[in-house]
Design a protein around this ligand. Sequence first.
Ligand SMILES: C[S@@+](CC[C@H](N)C(=O)[O-])C[C@H]1O[C@@H](n2cnc3c(N)ncnc32)[C@H](O)[C@@H]1O
Length: 329
Amino acid sequence: MRGEMGEEGAGEEVGVDEGGRGVGVLEGVQGEESEAESEVSSVAEPETFEDFDWLREHLLLYDVIFQTDTAKEAAFIEGAAALFCTSRVQGPYDILEPGCGTGRLMLALAEHGHHVAGVDASATALEFCRERLTQHGLTGQLQLGDMAKDEMGNAEYDVAHCMVSSFKYLLTEDEAVRHLELVAAALRPGGLYIIGMHLVDYEYYAEQGERERWRELREGLCIDAKILSSPPCPVTRREEVDTFIEVKADTSPEAPPIPPALSKYQGRRFHCHWQMRTYDLEQLLATLQAVPALQLLSFHDFSYDINVQADARLDSDQLTALLVLQKQA
Ligand SMILES: C[S@@+](CC[C@H](N)C(=O)[O-])C[C@H]1O[C@@H](n2cnc3c(N)ncnc32)[C@H](O)[C@@H]1O
């Protein structure tokens, strides 16, 4: 199935599941492998992969993998602002992205005329982001910092957002709560904080954890990524995540030539490991309640449709959460 054609290339999703991490596929490993899954399983053994930190090196790989839903995510942020934001009558809005990474959403929102700012702990990601904005004749305010420790502003923003489970990079309750307090301080009263993240089902994934798989095309390259997560534990709430990436040439007839700067990636395989904190719906709601300055207004899922509410009951089996929180006066 061909995904959306972005300005920077074509994305190809290989299968779709409602629980996908924003892009690509999320599959419980308890069922039979799909054709796509068995295909990616046939990539080389893990020891042939080069270890790397995908948030600090070869940022293009990270950026390609997460590109698929960018337009939908940006539209959701703008739709939520138009519906719920009361700090400003209408856009353009002042928008903050804690954990902005390579700035794919900053670019999409800046292109629509919003004033964008991003905070990230990775200097290389910020550099990628700065160059990308500059190449498009746009600017953004970029801050190297820790989104759980450093001030991100004082009543300066109408909207803040943190998509693709970046909130789960905060590994303790103290960090998560402090982060929410810092975002609340950065927002104007009536402003919004939008969080998109995966939830876990501790029972369903207790044995084997989860798998996700993406295949994306950009600038003549085909990037195949497989993500394996350890079984989530409701006590430690630490998920060990391994990503295996294989970069090949895009052999489709319409593929553009690979630019010289990117040819170094062709034929290489990469591996990275990181940790995330896990949340089920109850745990997420408990963390949010610790910061009354942000009140939950609206609950959605990764269909990114602002007009469709998701099921926010504790007994639901909702596995993606797209939350709209509002800064109280
Ligand atoms: C999954 S990426 C998401 C990037 C971007 N928000 C997007 O949607 O494409 C998570 C980002 O959060 C950053 N990050 C993780 N922990 C952080 C922290 N404590 N403070 C600031 N940035 C952090 C990482 O460096 C990375 O760029």
